[in-house]
Design a protein around this ligand. Structure first.
Ligand SMILES: Cc1cc2nc3c(=O)[nH]c(=O)nc-3n(C[C@H](O)[C@H](O)[C@H](O)COP(=O)(O)O)c2cc1C
Length: 235
């Protein structure tokens, strides 16, 4: 039987092409491209087809600067928190230069039609379905950007913790609109460095895997150290 692998090959190539770019050229991105990117994400799967997403496109430089400043602000009172630690090891990205930010948010009210087996399961089940729905749309945003030859960065720090509170105020978002993550998009100022990956054979398991098939704590420690060092270099 002849099998057409065209879609698979194209998808794998796109998955490899999509990389985190943290240095952008200021060249503008046509609005048409932004609409095309969001059009792809609109087709994402979502729990109970709830489509909780709202896409906020930010092109205004003053607003972008305010968002970046809010996300770079340190909070000395947090001491040795994860946030402070990540500020210490990761140099500031210049994502303010990216001509467009797309803030992906979800309307928390969209979960109201979730069935009882979700709403009555445990307190995180609703949020899991809601966040997974947004994650599926967010990845499609990045893949769509890559398919159009654009570079993108996943900017979690903008929407989390005290930065997130400031950004919410700056944007004037109502309480029920929950920020998921922000994507900076534009043209790459420099290419990404080659990415190391875990081996395929070590992460595929069949049927009911035994505990011994998974990584030991030592292997996880070594992997984490290696990949984290790579990640910091990639910034
Ligand atoms: C949940 C999640 C959060 C991330 N947060 C950030 C972030 O805040 N800033 C950033 O520069 N990259 C962020 N990234 C990108 C990862 O660092 C990146 O995907 C990883 O290092 C692999 O590199 P690649 O994207 O080039 O393949 C995030 C990725 C994910 C999936």
């Amino acid at each position: 039987m002849m099998v057409d692998h065209g879609h698979y090959d194209a998808l794998l190539a796109l998955a490899k092409k999509r990389r985190s770019i943290r240095h952008f050229r200021p060249d503008p991105v046509p609005d048409e491209y932004i609409e095309r990117i969001i059009e792809v994400a609109r087709w994402a799967p979502s729990g109970f087809h709830s489509q909780p997403w709202e896409f906020v496109v930010i092109r205004d430089q003053t607003l972008k600067n305010e968002i970046v400043q809010a996300s770079n602000r340190r909070r000395p009172e947090t001491g040795a928190s994860r946030e402070a630690e990540s500020h210490a090891v990761l140099p500031r990205s210049d994502f303010a230069v990216a001509p467009v930010f797309i803030l992906l948010a979800g309307d928390w009210r969209a979960r109201h039609r979730f069935p009882a087996h979700i709403t009555q399961a445990d307190e995180t089940a609703e949020a899991d379905v809601f966040n997974s729905s947004l994650a599926s749309a967010f990845l499609l945003l990045h893949l769509a950007a890559a398919s159009l030859g654009l570079a993108s960065q996943w900017c979690t720090r903008v929407v989390r913790g005290s930065s997130g509170e400031s950004v919410r105020r700056i944007m004037g978002l109502p309480e029920h609109i929950r920020m998921y993550d922000l994507m900076a998009v534009g043209y790459a100022a420099k290419p990404p460095i080659e990415k190391p990956l875990r081996d395929l054979a070590g992460l595929v398991h069949y049927e009911a895997p035994q505990e011994g098939e998974f990584r030991t704590p030592e292997q996880i420690g070594a992997d984490s150290q290696k990949f984290r060092a790579w990640c910091i270099r990639a910034h």
